[in-house]
Design a protein around this ligand. Structure first.
Ligand SMILES: NC(=O)c1ccc[n+]([C@@H]2O[C@H](COP(=O)([O-])OP(=O)(O)OC[C@H]3O[C@@H](n4cnc5c(N)ncnc54)[C@H](O)[C@@H]3O)[C@@H](O)[C@H]2O)c1
Length: 257
């Protein structure tokens, strides 16, 4: 028996990385999960790895309003209800503002921020019936300014603020809406840094826990927030970053006497 037995969930961007770990954890907790991504092949590969008859996949580009609406309608049609939606899919456009193309700005805005709006608007009528929950995967890049990824930083900041604003109203209806801010987590999205060992070393040096996080360490926070153990949590922004955002940024190796 899992903590989330009999629940029905949607996870966006569930074929790889953190999203895949979330799908797996929700299945392990007893939930039925419809997850999405842009490629049927990657969806089929993820389904094969998961090996669960409670998992389903649907090709969806979360930047497209109609596709997100079809995803939510598909879950309700198949499961008969919706209890949990995890807005996880995102992309990071690495470009300083003066070098940022308008096209990449608009595309990343649509994937990272518009998608949360589309999914929330379509899901809320169903979540009202189940007293369900929305969990948005934001980032610590949305808490502090991220020099190398200004668009991503701003979009994640917007996701955090949308989370709070929606949570404040919908709490009275029993819908809980929270966000998670991961720090550096090892996923396909961060694999590119392995080719930059000096950068990677100094990055990890700056993490108080002295290591990157694993996707399962975010999935476990999702399982908690989705469960009744988090029943009084509305609009919480939960950080899981190995201590990065707790730091003042001052060096820790000071002489102590
Ligand atoms: N990895 C990290 O260090 C880290 C840190 C902070 C926050 N996050 C956040 O965690 C979430 C997952 O990140 P990750 O590292 O696992 O990324 P990832 O790139 O490994 O996985 C992202 C998933 O989203 C999917 N996706 C991307 N664009 C999509 C679209 N338009 N429509 C549908 N699916 C789409 C991808 O196919 C993939 O399955 C993201 O919201 C990311 O911003 C990650």
């Amino acid at each position: 028996m899992g903590r989330l037995d009999g629940k029905a969930a949607i996870v966006t961007g569930g074929t790889d990385g953190i999203g895949y770990a979330i799908v797996k954890r929700l299945l392990d907790e007893g939930t039925s999960v419809l997850f999405c991504g842009r490629s049927q092949d990657r969806g089929d590969a993820a389904l094969a790895r998961l090996g669960s008859d409670r998992a389903r996949f649907m090709v969806t580009d979360v930047a497209e309003e109609a596709e997100v609406e079809a995803l939510i309608a598909g879950a309700v049609e198949h499961f008969g209800k919706l209890d949990i939606i995890v807005n996880n899919a995102a992309v990071a456009a690495v470009a300083l503002i003066e070098e940022h193309s308008t096209e990449a700005w608009r595309r990343s805005n649509a994937v990272n921020y518009d998608s949360v709006f589309f999914a929330s608007r379509a899901a809320i009528p169903h979540l009202r019936k189940t007293k369900g929950t929305i969990i948005n995967i934001a980032s610590i890049s949305g808490l502090g300014g991220e020099g190398a990824y200004p668009s991503y930083s701003a979009q994640k900041g917007a996701v955090i603020q949308l989370t709070r604003a929606m949570a404040v109203y919908h709490a009275r209806e029993g819908i809980r809406i929270n966000a998670i801010c991961p720090g550096f987590i090892e996923t396909p999205a961060t694999d590119a840094f392995k080719a930059l060992p000096d950068l990677l070393e100094s990055w990890i040096e700056g993490i108080p826990a002295q290591r990157p996080g694993q996707p399962e360490e975010i999935a476990s926070v999702v399982a908690f927030l989705a469960s009744d153990d988090a029943s009084f949590m509305h609009g919480s922004i939960v950080v899981a970053d190995g201590g990065v955002s707790a730091s003042s940024g001052q060096p820790t190796q000071v002489p102590l006497g």
